[in-house]
Design a protein around this ligand. Structure first.
Ligand code: GLY
Length: 396
């Protein structure tokens, strides 16, 4: 059995794990990342909505606070990442153009108004607008839409571009090992490393567990479950594609369309999503899900009928028992960064600030201080300590 020694071992090479790895590298740590296929989990399917408002439903005030705190960090996070990766400004596709929320029928409008009331009570900005005003903002809105809202504070980024940038930012450090971790290594009540599938042992001062929905199989105190979702990628002519994020409900079913920048050939990629299921993570796309997503998105944006279907992808979000993230120390030597559920991309910037603090780097400015405070309040892994064994072992 060979062995490696490092300051920080990150288990998971998706957007959250690589963010932790990048922050650790920046803090001067020696780092190893274990992942058999980095970026091929939830990051690969994610549309990239940065939506602390419209993703906040009843009972999710804490998530809204986390999301708002994280969104405030995104511009500086994107800029620093692009610089570290040697990429031009704008490479990760951060766009702060707002979001249009649509209600297809009268019942959808009742639900939308309830949500707007909820948000207004929480101080989150959104306002109902008439369908005609919605069409002024987005001419592709269909003729049968019953109501709309403008959400100026919900934005977007390109998760695959962020993953590429993170990979570039850590590439020079050659820290990536394409193998799965199979167990954590404990010494008394502290985590001191991990073992990979080839039997290689890693000794680390800190292990960051960022294995998405699989985190719970390595540590019961990270009680994650897979929440599979399917997204579609379309290529649409620019005059038939939305220019801002459009999301809504169609007879109670949620759907969204997230545009990417216009390409030189005059088309845009539009990511359409997403299903959300409580079932096993099998990466298999159901025909009925593709049908339903296309049916519902064309009800809101009929111009997408002419788009080319480029890709279907099904991957699993990491859900926790309360659907809030699990972010913080769980044992000596073990830091958890998982359970981001529907908001993994949004919460990446907050995760970076939290990891910085965990590694002894003081938060840089009021927004980072607010983010680490929100993480400590709403994402502390110790909330699961009573229900799950937080020493040794996988899923209970
Ligand atoms: N944040 C959107 C989704 O998880 O589908």
């Amino acid at each position: 059995m060979s062995s490696h020694v490092c300051d920080v071992l990150v288990i998971g090479g998706g957007i959250v794990g690589l963010t932790a790895a990048w922050r650790a590298v920046e803090a001067g740590a020696s780092v190893v990342v274990l992942d058999p296929s980095p970026g091929d989990g939830a990051t690969h399917a994610a549309a990239g909505m940065l939506a602390p408002v419209m993703e906040a439903g009843f009972g999710e005030k804490g998530q809204a606070r986390l999301g708002t705190a994280s969104l405030a960090l995104w511009p500086a996070f994107a800029e620093a990442l692009e610089r570290a990766a040697g990429l031009p400004p704008g490479a990760v596709g951060l766009e702060t153009a707002g979001t249009l929320a649509l209600a297809y029928d009268r019942d959808d409008l009742v639900a939308l108004r309830r949500l707007l009331d909820l948000h207004s009570g929480w101080g989150l900005g959104s306002a109902e607008i008439a369908p005609d005003e919605a069409r002024l903002r987005e001419p592709g809105v269909g003729p049968r839409v019953a109501g709309a809202a403008w959400v100026p504070g919900d934005h977007r980024v390109d998760p695959r571009a962020v993953q590429v940038a993170l990979s570039a930012a850590v590439a020079a450090h050659e820290i990536l090992v394409r193998r799965a971790a199979v167990s954590l290594t404990w010494a008394d009540d502290a985590v001191v490393g991990a073992l990979d599938e080839a039997g290689t042992a890693y000794a680390a001062g800190t292990v960051v567990l960022a294995a998405g929905h699989a985190s719970g199989s390595l540590f019961a105190g990270a009680p994650t479950r897979p929440v599979p979702g399917t997204t579609l990628r379309l290529a649409a002519d620019v005059d038939r594609a939305p220019a801002v994020v459009v999301r809504g409900t169609v007879q109670g079913r949620p759907v969204y369309a997230v545009p990417r920048p216009v390409r030189p050939d005059g088309t845009r990629e539009v990511v359409v999503g997403a299903t959300s299921d409580e079932r096993a993570d099998d990466h298999l796309t159901r025909a009925g899900d593709v049908f339903a997503l296309l049916r519902d998105v064309r009800a809101l944006l009929p111009g997408l009928d002419d788009a080319v279907l480029l890709e279907t992808v099904t991957r699993s979000r990491p859900g926790s028992p309360d659907n809030a993230p699990i972010l913080g120390w769980a044992a000596d030597g073990l830091y958890l960064a998982t359970g981001h559920h529907r908001n993994g991309i949004l919460l990446t910037a907050l995760t970076a600030a939290a990891v910085d603090q965990a590694l002894g780097v003081a938060p840089d400015g009021p927004a980072a201080i607010a983010a680490v405070e929100a993480a400590a309040r709403f994402a502390d892994p110790r909330r699961f300590a009573d229900a799950y064994s937080t020493t040794r072992g996988g899923t209970a």
